[in-house]
Design a protein around this ligand. Structure first.
Ligand SMILES: *Cc1c(COP(=O)(O)O)cnc(C)c1O
Ligand code: SF4
Length: 373
């Protein structure tokens, strides 16, 4: 494999994003199934940075990035908007699900798209909304019960320093806001974005970062340096990891990732049961498996290395920490649990073996299945 051109300039990485099969094939040899996916009109966005493309020889990372025809299979209970975010949209840019915090969707752009993304319905696509944030600032000003603003998207750290600085200054000018977070996968996929100038802005506005990592193979030299730099600038960092079948659903893989994160001052925060987003059946483990994995960590490794295992309640019940199966009740294809408000929520629980049959059906008739919606 020859080494394609790359650069340590983050704007170059974005300008040279790989978004077609032909560009990708300069980095890796695709399998027939992967090639077929590019021909099958897969609805989810595809693009990666040259930096991350160089990591794709790792089979786990490869599966989270390269489209497959399994994405055309819509499994039972899967939805384009599994968390019911559209029902909680307070303004074009705000999702207000919980009482004291809001999700601020600052951009729909990511430098690299994950195949299992909860917001695959919108990331990398034109949002159809004007980019003005003023209505959202006013909403937050009027809702004095809001203390915590979480910028997400898309990936806010792909925005320019000037835009971020302005956005963060505006939010920090609202007196009742006590916590400002940015959710980002940039340190993994675009580590050169973490410049001294960016760190200064994040520090000035006292921003916490909620970073997205799924596997220790993402902790490249550049990624480790980026996190150390953020830490040296006094930026608090936590991580969120989506539990993915065949990618990180074993104890050793999780231990390697969580210790790797602690070593670069990132506290593992959430291990998220994969949301039932359309075309994600091949990524989802059973909830029983998630419970077994989190149990295998508690006590056996540093408590700081153990995140909370959570199911984000489908329909907008919020994230529910799951400690053991006592909290769960199974009914047919669903697992039932209680959220922080005492309300009952249901998650479509994949059974081992069942969704491999679904994947077969997708391969036979992908287009028809996707149009059924
Ligand atoms: C995850 C999430 C948050 C933040 O939740 P925490 O549990 O505080 O990290 C806020 N709003 C929405 C809609 C979310 O999905
Ligand atoms: S980085 Fe986050 S928002 Fe972007 S595609 Fe991945 S999961 Fe979705």
């Amino acid at each position: 494999m020859h080494q394609p051109e790359t650069s340590s300039d983050w704007k170059w990485q974005i300008a040279n994003q790989i978004s077609t099969r032909g560009q990708l094939e300069k980095f890796i040899v695709l399998t027939n199934a992967e090639r077929a996916a590019f021909e099958a009109d897969i609805p989810l966005s595809f693009a990666i940075t040259p930096h991350y493309a160089a990591l794709l020889e790792h089979p786990a990372l490869r599966r989270t990035i390269i489209p497959t025809i399994h994405e055309n299979c819509v499994g039972t209970g899967e939805l384009a908007d599994p968390l019911g975010e559209e029902d909680h949209r307070a303004t074009p840019h705000l999702i207000h699900t919980y009482p004291d915090k809001v999700l601020f969707l600052a951009t729909s752009f990511c430098s690299t798209y994950c195949r299992y993304c909860t917001r695959s319905r919108m990331v990398g696509k034109p949002t159809g909304t004007a980019s003005a944030f003023e209505e959202s600032f006013r909403y937050i000003e009027e809702h004095t019960e809001i203390r915590d603003v979480l910028f997400s998207g898309g990936d806010p750290l792909t925005m320019t320093d000037a835009v971020l600085d302005e956005l963060l200054a505006r939010i920090r000018s609202i007196p009742h806001i006590r916590m400002v977070r940015i959710g980002s996968k940039v340190p993994a996929v675009l580590p050169m974005r973490i410049t001294d100038e960016l760190c200064t802005i994040l520090r000035q506005h006292r921003v916490w970062l909620s970073l997205h990592f799924i596997h220790a193979a993402e902790l490249s030299f550049e990624t480790q340096a980026a996190c150390r730099k953020l830490s040296d600038h006094g930026i608090g960092m936590v991580s969120q990891t989506v539990l993915l079948k065949g990618i990180n659903d074993d104890t050793q893989t999780l231990v390697d990732l969580f210790y790797g994160l602690l070593e670069i001052n990132v506290k593992p925060y959430y291990l998220l049961q994969c949301d039932p987003v359309r075309g994600s059946a091949h990524f989802r483990t059973s909830v029983g498996k998630g419970v077994e994995l989190i149990r295998s960590l508690h006590g056996n490794i540093s408590g700081l290395a153990v995140p909370q295992y959570v199911i984000d309640a489908p329909g907008g019940g919020g994230k529910v920490p799951i400690l053991g199966s006592e909290q769960l009740r199974w009914e047919g294809d669903e697992v039932i649990f209680i959220n922080y408000e005492g309300k009952e929520y249901r998650y479509p629980d994949p059974e081992e073996g069942r969704h491999s049959r679904r994947a077969d059906c997708a391969i036979k008739n992908p287009i028809q299945l996707i149009k059924k919606d």
